[in-house]
Write a new protein. Sequence first.
Lengths: 270, 415
Amino acid sequence: MKPQLFIKISLSLLVFLLMFLPFIPLILSSLSFGWQWPAIIPDSISFRAWDYVLFGSSGTWQAVGVSLLIALIVTIINILLAVPAANALVRNSFRGKWLMEAIIFAPIIIPPFVAVMGIHLTFLKLGLTETIVGVVLAHLSPTLPYMVRAIMISYQTLSVDWEDQARMLGAGPVSRFTLVVLPHLLPGIVAGASLSILISLSQYLITFIIGSGQVVTLSILLFPFISGGDPAIASAYSLLFAGMAIMTLFGLDVLLKKYYQQKKAVTNKG
Amino acid sequence: MKNSIFLASAFLALTLSACSQDTNEQTAEETEQLLTSDWQTIADSATGQQVNMYMWGGSDNINRYIDEWVAPRLKKDHDVELNRVPMNDSQDIINQLVDEKFAGKSNGSMDIIWINGENFKTAKDNDLLWGSFSGQLPNFNDFIDKDAPEIANDFGEPVEGLEAPWGKAQFVFVHDEKKSQNPPKSMDELAEWVQENPGQFTYPALPDFTGSAFVRHVLYETTGGYEQYQQPAESISDLEKRLEPMWDYLNSIEPYLWRDGETYPESLAKQDQLYASGEIAITMSYDPALAASEVLKGRFPDSTRTFVLDGGTLSNTHFLSIPFNSSARAGAMVAINEMMSPEAQTAKLSPENWGDLSAIDLNLLSSEQQQAMNAVELGEATLSLAELENNRLPELSSDYIEIIEKGWLQHVAKE
């Protein structure tokens, strides 16, 4: 065996182990029946937790659907808001720019708990509580900063000269954006979208307060079990949650690869 | 890409419009009638209503009892749809309602809430509950001993029909029969027991609900009984002095507790985990059947048993109520009435469903109904209903609880 190949295999094995090691206790605990100290693995296995989570009356699948729907809408709105915002913040210098940046990035620093109480009262008056719309709007504040940040970094490496060149070659504003700017921003958008999806999926407090129990996401179902002390069901839910997040990121990755392949094909033809 | 952005915004608009609320608001007149009209009229107006029941959602047993036992029967017999909404803490329900009251929301989505004790007092003080409805329920009138102190009062607060009793709980200690044959049956015995078995006992740090209840037992036993505390706290002028023996007792056992008493489990869930993994020998519960159901789940060892103190243990009642802005009050009344029926209460008693003690008075049942209830297999870990009933102490009102919880931090945790 070539030494390079050996290193490659052992390295990927190590990465694999490091990634999946934390899941092993979760899997064991979700299946355990009578797991007592000092046994390292449970002496018998029960599917009670999985039976409840996957097939019972727990409404898990609907909650997964609602979680993903909210994360998707939040991310789309984030992209629509963040691209112009990043553009303005990177390329223009204007009076009070630091203040704008501070406002956009404030949700990272200020705990959501502080803001959500005020948001709840306002939304109650507007009739937005207990609706998906309200929850989506409330999820924007903790997710938008990450999206703006990611796209700003992409913008920083995009010189205006490229667009000027395209303009000289006769490209209108729309084709300049779709053919020059957007392909360059895409990695940043994908990075921001991943963060936005993950953060939206894991929101408990905001979803709970604004949704008032009528918008049931997976974290709403998961939380009482984690703090209520049923380790088996909490583990099963945690695994399901991780699976959902990983599948979403994986799907995003596949879409991106597809896009680059298509683009390659188009450029090769041209 | 332009197309997909357009598509995305079209999709968004579609979703937003699909999510707009539809509510069937009742007029004030109609709802007031529900408090006076006869039961048949109430049952008729409940037909077809959807009832949202907001309750703690951290137990698969309880969730399944509601979803798979109660809800299908309500649908079939009364055409009322029961939708369980999981909460992490009953306090969250009250916070939501306070905000809704402040914002003037009249068509709320909470129709039934599961509360007791402090939550009830807050709700009552802030006018968050609808009205005196329990006297309208046939099962309340037929099977509940209305004058019993644990039904008429909720942690010392007069109920006044604002909530209907759903079940009872009683404090028990949980131990492993194989590890400790002779569990301590009084606070004096416990003090000796912890000295002989250092590191094997602890209690959840206050203000944990169960940890706080444990300390109240210490209060009753070290300061001379519960009778003296059946009056408001401010009317006892030398209260601080009277509490001193309790702090002394707690400080005297502290060095022999788990981790030398340097720290306490932050919640009962953590303490149960310590017991489940064998680190400590005794845990406690305000649910006398919890140990049995944990044995069924395989979390606690088979040799787990429960015991009460010779001087008795605290018991309380938990209730169902209807918030001030419920949109389906008739449906909520029908659902609560059904959950108080002897059949539902008997099913609830079984540890396979939940194991919660019944709120109804056995003497008011027919002999067949009594038999059905007595025939429920409570599991080896649960004490008999008679043994629990003969060792019941009343709860303290919440003003004492507040004083004790603050005092514990000052006198026990800090020292």
